[in-house]
Design a protein around this ligand. Structure first.
Ligand code: BGC
Length: 378
């Protein structure tokens, strides 16, 4: 089992501690219910425990840059971890799954104490995360759950199922507000099938929309109602746009109106809107997620109907707070122990609340966001 040599103690409740010694970073891995906890540590002369300290390597494996939130996360992790005294190792895997697997292996080799993972494919990291656990590191799934493995200690995310519920509700609300009385013609877009978030997004939305499809309020004119039919490989805009082009030419010829579109995020919403406008159709009510700059502008201008605010600053801060807890030999803060089953265990989670944003509440929701607030002014 790897031992890490420590230099200093972090300011995580141990600011005045004196002793700076090495301690084993071996941690328990055997409980699905409890959070991670150090098995052995060093006690300082003042009684504060230290499991790892200043200069400890913290790995952050991010996926591809498929939305602005990931780019922001990179910067926030680099700055926040460095500020807390750690050595951040933050990497994107734009080349795909193999690159991400290699990056995690390399983080393990470099002695990372904690590995925070935003998985490209949540089902393909089992081997790498097991090696991480075997080395004594703690594994935290960030934003996206990792599936079918025991080798994950905690999950920190915005509640993905709730994101979908909010999107479904926003679509219904937007249809009633902007498209008059139903019934309404809609289409469904889902995220990438390899991202563990895509199914909870879709299922959350369908929990709201399916009853309205069943009672005839909504008609999916293309007939493409399953997740598999609606999925967008790699979260790529061009894939969503191509699929929408095909649906529009096949199912919306002549004057058939498209009243609404369920889109799982902003990038795909804008792609769908491009397709609709190229087909010469009126703008449908369309949902989104991520509060990307272009989409917030579009919402303020009355085009895209809604987005979701998942403040990346909060998510990264919660992740760094967990690293600090581990450094002080404490448990990772958890507020949910039943929602996210990864196929092998229910992963103890810290879930943050997503917020729905429309033209009506944008200024209020973004009031404390220095990038987005100015977009809502005037
Ligand atoms: C994230 C979304 C994002 C999508 C594509 C998902 O896992 O939760 O916020 O839009 O990935 O990047």
């Amino acid at each position: 089992m790897r031992s890490s040599t420590l230099t200093k103690i972090l300011a995580v409740g141990a600011a005045s501690a004196l002793a700076l010694t090495a301690c084993s970073s071996e941690r328990s891995t055997d409980s699905a219910e409890s959070t991670t906890e150090a098995e052995s540590s060093t006690e300082t002369t003042e009684g504060s425990e230290v499991c790892f300290g200043e200069g400890a390597t913290i790995g952050v494996a991010l996926p591809q840059k498929t939305s602005e939130n990931w780019v922001l996360a990179e910067e926030l992790f680099n700055d926040g971890l460095a500020e807390a005294g750690y050595e951040p190792l933050v990497q994107f895997a734009n080349g795909g799954v193999t690159e991400q697997q290699n990056q995690i292996d390399s983080m393990v080799q470099q002695g990372a104490e904690v590995i925070i993972v935003g998985a490209i494919d949540g089902s393909q990291l089992g081997g790498q995360l097991q090696s991480a656990k075997d080395s004594g590191a703690t594994v935290i799934a960030y934003d996206r759950l990792v599936k079918n493995t025991d080798a994950v200690d905690a999950y920190i995310a915005f509640d993905n199922y709730q994101v979908g519920v909010l999107q479904g509700e926003a679509l219904l609300q937007g249809l009633a507000e902007r498209q008059g009385e139903g019934p309404y013609n809609i289409e469904l877009i889902a995220g990438s099938a390899d991202d563990a978030n895509s199914i909870p997004f879709f299922e959350g939305a369908m929990s709201v929309l399916q009853p309205k499809i069943d009672d005839g309020t909504l008609t999916v004119v293309s007939g493409q109602t399953t997740f598999e039919q609606a999925a967008t490989q790699g979260w790529k805009a061009e894939n969503a746009q191509k699929r929408m082009d095909t649906i529009l030419s096949g199912s919306y010829s002549g004057d058939t109106p498209l009243h609404g579109v369920l889109s799982p995020n902003d990038t795909l919403a804008r792609a769908a809107l491009t397709s609709v406008s190229q087909a010469g159709k009126d703008t449908p009510v369309i949902t989104g997620q991520d509060s990307e700059v272009e989409s917030v502008k579009s919402i303020v201008a009355g085009e895209q109907y809604s987005t979701i605010y998942k403040d990346t600053r909060e998510l990264v801060a919660q992740s760094i707070a967990s690293v600090n807890a581990l450094a002080a030999c404490e448990e990772i803060p958890i507020n949910d122990t039943e929602s996210y089953d990864n196929g092998v265990k229910v992963v103890p989670s810290y879930l943050l609340e997503p917020i729905i944003v429309t033209q009506e509440n944008a200024a209020e929701v973004y009031a404390n966001d220095s990038t987005l607030a100015p977009l809502t002014e005037g």
